[in-house]
Design a protein around this ligand. Structure first.
Ligand SMILES: NC(=O)c1ccc[n+]([C@@H]2O[C@H](COP(=O)([O-])OP(=O)(O)OC[C@H]3O[C@@H](n4cnc5c(N)ncnc54)[C@H](OP(=O)(O)O)[C@@H]3O)[C@@H](O)[C@H]2O)c1
Length: 254
């Protein structure tokens, strides 16, 4: 198939957490680049609305990413669209804020299950399907600047994102010989609905987010999604095991 290096024409990509935010934006960007998408999340209505808004083919898988049955359901849905090319492990939670000494085992278990273990389970289901095509593939894991900075009151979240980056490097080495690249995207503050709401109701927090960037503003969902499309494309074929910061220069400064 003829495609330009940045095109995803004919490529099938599973996106977890695709019912809103960065995942929904990534679905729109992948579909707009010619790809077919499998959308995974728990909210059936929201997933249906995202699917209906896409210009290209899609399938919807309703379920929790930590449910052991769901990764295989996503791979089966992808097979209906064609050979599996990409996996975007985007679903992530940050359910509460507390200092380390007040972070419970239950909180650790929940966040590790969703942010880290489910990403591994999706990779375990998707990688053999990609290897079987013989055409290579792509995995993109949604990390965060939290993997690099000791963001206070978010110890478990920070650790899951650093863990995802370790997973990225490990899988990159293991699956490079099969032509499968594995990279992380590490966004700074991106104005999903929830973040925008927080900023609208707390101008001091909004000012803090903005003042720490070099660019002088926070990022949009599209600005997180397009670098993911790049990593999924042929243009990024020689890039693997990397963590790409999409933070408006927040970590570039002291
Ligand atoms: N926004 C930012 O500023 C920012 C910055 C750095 C990193 N990130 C990372 O980027 C990713 C997306 O963030 P976002 O801001 O777009 O989040 P969001 O707006 O809260 O959306 C999260 C998505 O994940 C899904 N999800 C959550 N728990 C799930 C579960 N157990 N099973 C299946 N789906 C689940 C949600 O859908 P349902 O509720 O329908 O299941 C939703 O589609 C996350 O990994 C986050 O850590 C975001």
């Amino acid at each position: 198939m003829n495609r330009t290096p940045f095109s995803l024409r004919g490529r099938v990509v599973i996106i977890t957490g695709a019912s809103r935010g960065i995942g929904a934006g990534t679905a729109r960007a992948v579909s707009g680049s010619g790809g077919s998408v499998v959308l995974v999340a728990r909210s059936a209505d929201d997933l249906g609305a995202v699917a209906a808004s896409l210009p290209g083919p899609s399938r919807v898988v309703v379920g929790a990413v930590e449910d052991p049955a769901v990764p295989a359901m996503a791979v089966a849905a992808a097979a209906e669209l064609g050979d599996l090319w990409g996996l975007v492990n985007n679903a992530g939670i940050s359910p509460s804020y507390a200092p380390t000494a007040e972070t419970s085992d239950e909180h650790w278990d929940e966040i590790v299950r969703v942010n880290l273990r489910a990403a591994a389970a999706f990779a375990r289901a998707a990688l053999p399907a990609m290897v079987a095509t013989g055409a290579g593939g792509r995995v993109v894991n949604l990390s965060s600047i939290a993997a690099f900075a000791g963001l206070p009151n978010l110890v478990a979240y920070n650790c899951t994102k650093a863990g995802l980056d370790a997973m990225t490097r490990t899988m990159a080495v293991e699956y490079g010989p099969a032509g499968i690249t594995v990279n992380s995207i590490a966004p700074g503050t991106i104005t999903t609905e929830m973040v925008q709401q927080m900023m609208d109701t707390n101008p001091a927090l909004a000012e803090k987010f903005v003042s720490r960037t070099a660019i002088g503003r926070v990022g949009t969902v599209d600005e997180a999604a397009w670098p993911i499309v790049f990593l999924l494309s042929d243009a990024a074929a020689f890039m693997t095991g990397q963590v790409m910061l999409i933070d408006g220069g927040r970590l570039a400064g002291a």
